[in-house]
Design a protein around this ligand. Structure first.
Ligand SMILES: Cc1cc2nc3c(=O)[nH]c(=O)nc-3n(C[C@H](O)[C@H](O)[C@H](O)COP(=O)(O)OP(=O)(O)OC[C@H]3O[C@@H](n4cnc5c(N)ncnc54)[C@H](O)[C@@H]3O)c2cc1C
Length: 379
């Protein structure tokens, strides 16, 4: 289906980003998958090309492109090449905005230029071993000691956990109020800040997902973002944009899985004819085509609403719920139509299947999305 919300400048940006991925990412994907982490140098190269935080003000080195369609394009192109480890969307569309939105002028001047150049890689640490969906249940604490805070606790499943130079850590700041938390920028090398192992996962093999430990980490007050008790609100506020990012990548991932499957079933023969000729195959592919088109129209509309600051958390949750569930369905049907070869790592559909599964879990599970949507229905 023809999409109509991109203009010439977006198409040019897509061409440039695609060329960058072809040159700097695709040739390294297997090596990164083996290593369990992408090479740090690719972040600098992306920074040099202006692909990190393109929305940031020019005074910090950004391009001032306050248009979420550019983020959407990057999510789509990364999904199209099935690269889950090089998480530009996490850096640019999730973590960076915390600093731009809640940081003061001094903090922005201190951090944003390095973040935009790809020298300071970002992560956000909310989840703990005993608290994921229920963020208010986290146990990491930050105690006010005058000119600094002392952080204690641990985080788990943190994307960019090993590569990150600046980690936005959520920590409780008032024992009498479970929603009182602050967002603290913990820097690589701070005393008492330690990283655990690179966690072994079902998919996303090139992504360094790790545990983080904070043992009496002295964080200067200059590293607190915004209000020391406002972190919970800041997190909730930003999660809508994160969920839209997930939706953009999920639809593009479903499209890529559909295309890989179409190519395969046209080639593969069974009972003397291409698998594509079986009615079951054609019907399955037709269903996927229809559902992806519907999801794409909805997602594109959400992007345009977000540009006008009209995207509500409920609709962002709908977008994440629908598209990530669809992605998982499409990759599953794709594997089925590949037969045994679909279970082999050398086939793209196999990696797509493995990479897709987390989409229904992180940035809020499908069940939490339903909670948010139904709350909006005042049930
Ligand atoms: C690869 C990967 C990368 C990640 N990256 C990050 C990151 O960078 N930063 C970060 O902070 N976190 C990250 N996460 C954590 C992720 O966001 C959490 O795993 C997720 O929010 C779910 O939390 P949990 O794992 O504790 O599951 P739980 O909250 O324990 O949920 C278990 C089950 O209970 C269900 N459930 C929970 N509450 C309810 C409810 N109220 N109603 C109905 N069902 C419910 C859930 O839907 C789920 O099915 C990542 C996780 C993974 C696996």
């Amino acid at each position: 289906m023809l999409r109509n919300h991109f203009e010439t400048e977006h198409n040019l940006f897509r061409d440039a980003f695609r060329a960058f991925l072809d040159k700097e990412v695709v040739p390294h994907q297997e090596e990164w998958e083996e290593a369990g982490v992408v090479d740090r140098s690719v972040w600098r190269k992306a920074g040099e090309m202006g692909f990190l935080l393109p929305w940031a003000e020019e005074e910090y080195g950004g391009a001032g492109l306050k248009d979420f369609r550019y983020e959407q394009i990057m999510c789509e192109e990364l999904a199209a090449i099935n690269e889950p480890g090089f998480m530009i969307p996490l850096h640019s569309a999730l973590c960076g905005p915390y600093i731009a939105e809640y940081g003061n002028a001094e903090q922005k001047a201190r951090w944003l230029p390095g973040i935009i150049r790809g020298e300071s890689i970002l992560a956000v640490a909310m989840t703990e071993p005993s608290a994921g969906s229920d963020l208010a249940g986290m146990r990491t604490t930050a105690v006010d000691k005058g000119d600094h805070y002392v952080l204690n606790g641990s985080k788990v499943f943190i994307s960019n956990g090993l590569l990150s130079d600046l980690v936005i850590v959520a920590a409780k700041t008032d024992p009498s109020n479970k929603h009182a938390m602050g967002l603290f920028v913990v820097e690589r090398g701070m005393d008492g800040f330690e990283r655990g192992r690179n966690l072994k996962k079902l998919g996303m093999k090139s992504q360094d997902t790790a545990e983080l430990f904070f043992n009496n980490v002295k964080v200067p007050k200059e590293n607190l973002l915004g209000d020391a008790k406002g972190g919970f609100f800041y997190l909730m506020n930003m999660l809508a944009q994160e969920r839209l990012t997930n939706a953009c990548g999920a639809v593009a991932g479903a499209e890529a899985a559909l295309n890989a499957t179409i190519d395969y079933v046209k080639e593969r023969k069974a009972f003397d004819r291409p698998v594509a000729h079986f009615q079951n195959t054609r019907f399955k592919l037709a269903e996927m085509r229809t559902q992806i088109d519907v999801a794409q129209v909805f997602t594109d509309r959400c992007v345009m609403d977000h540009n006008q600051k009209k995207l509500t958390p409920e609709v962002a949750a709908e977008a994440k719920l629908f598209t990530t569930e669809l992605l998982c369905k499409v990759v599953d049907e794709g594997v089925q139509l590949h037969g045994g070869w679909g279970y082999m790592w050398e086939y793209p559909i196999c990696r797509m299947y493995a990479n897709a599964r987390i989409q229904r879990i992180f940035a809020g599970t499908s069940e939490i999305m339903k909670e948010i949507i139904s709350r909006g229905m005042k049930l």
